[in-house]
Design a protein. Structure first.
Length: 358
């Protein structure tokens, strides 16, 4: 949350800029300058971050089921429908064919260039991050699942929806990158520079853009709320404090802990902890993506398979409660002995990729 609240604040700012027509009439360069101006303005970024923190803790105050579930169900459905519309529109842009080829046509020379190990590591790392494995986001939502359905079927739905959203996102972004001359490997620019150009090229683009960033804002907030709920529940359990008191302390704590990321793009831009061109966010992302996610996942995995933790039998009993697909029992050897080695490999390779370049 030390950096994701800031990124969510960007979503809030773009929702506002779209709603007031701040991108109307701008070319790709002009849209890029808006994003650059946002990063260089600590006051605007801090304000949007603080609003996100206050909104998300307010939802936690309402409760996950009454707050999160009720709000996100409708918004996520609308976001999926809007993404399908945007994908069709992006494919119809001039020069979109080059983007589709870049995105969908397999280039095995790239695999050889970067190495199979690096490709597999990147894919597994993305799986860890997008599902928030190992740091509690998925666990806190899972704790509210009823006992009517077995967990294996729910997990398969998550895998399918996550993959579907990723594919549709690519169909939106990569054709638009080639259409508007944006580097497809330019990180946040794919969302904050490319998509406003897509909306500018659409009929009624201001309305579509406003809706898109509104739904994206709710998607980002759903992750923030999940982690906030995890932090709040954990502190309540450990201290016995009342929930309202914990939330008040957390609001102050999260805002203060989020400020280094905000300042890292401007006032503290001279601090480059991960090498030249890096910023505070890169260090925080390294701590999470390269350490907490794989090591946290290893803890979960060991806990569910080892007799020193929950144990395999207890795990299977819980996973198979209810109706639906049973967890495959034949996977026990793989989950107990092979999968932990794969996770450890991802962890070690993450360090090698960063600190042993060249």
């Amino acid at each position: 949350m030390m950096f994701y609240t800031t990124v969510s604040g960007w979503m809030l700012y773009y929702f506002y800029k779209m709603a007031v027509g701040g991108f109307v009439g701008l070319d790709a360069k002009g849209v890029g300058q808006i994003f650059g101006a946002l990063l260089s303005d600590p006051y605007t970024m801090a304000l949007n971050m603080i609003i996100i923190v206050l909104l998300c803790f307010w939802v936690c105050y309402l409760g996950v089921k009454d707050g999160v579930e009720r709000i996100t169900k409708t918004m996520m459905t609308c976001l999926l429908l809007l993404m399908l519309i945007l994908a069709v529109n992006s494919i119809m842009l001039p020069n979109s064919g080059e983007g589709l080829k870049y995105y969908l046509y397999p280039d095995f020379n790239k695999v050889l260039e970067h190495g199979v190990r690096e490709v597999v590591f990147a894919a597994m790392g993305q799986a860890f991050f997008t599902l928030s494995l190992g740091i509690g986001s998925l666990a806190i939502f899972g704790s509210y699942i009823g006992k009517e359905q077995r967990l294996t079927g729910e997990a398969m739905w998550i895998m399918a929806l996550d993959t579907f959203v990723a594919i549709i996102s690519g169909l939106i972004i990569f054709p638009a990158c080639f259409s508007f001359g944006v580097n497809p490997g330019s990180g946040p620019n794919l969302l904050f520079v490319t998509l406003p150009n897509v909306f500018n090229a659409m009929s009624g683009g201001r309305i579509w853009g406003t809706l898109f960033f509104l739904f994206m804002l709710f998607a980002a907030m759903s992750t923030v709320i999940a982690v906030f709920e995890n932090i709040t529940s954990c502190i309540c359990d450990l201290t016995g404090w009342e929930r309202k008191k914990v939330i008040r302390y957390n609001i102050v704590g999260i805002i203060l802990l989020s400020m280094p990321c905000v300042l890292g793009f401007n006032v503290w831009s001279h601090i480059q902890p991960m090498g030249k061109g890096s910023c505070v966010l890169d260090l925080e992302d390294f701590i999470v993506s390269n350490n907490l996610l794989p090591l946290g996942s290893l803890v979960y995995l060991t806990f569910c398979t080892s007799r020193y933790g929950w144990g395999w039998d207890n795990f299977i009993r819980e996973a198979d409660t209810g109706e639906g697909i049973a967890f495959p029992k034949w996977i026990r050897f793989y989950a107990t002995y092979i999968l932990p080695l794969i996770v450890l490999y991802i962890f070690i390779n993450g360090y090698l990729a960063i600190f042993c370049k060249g």
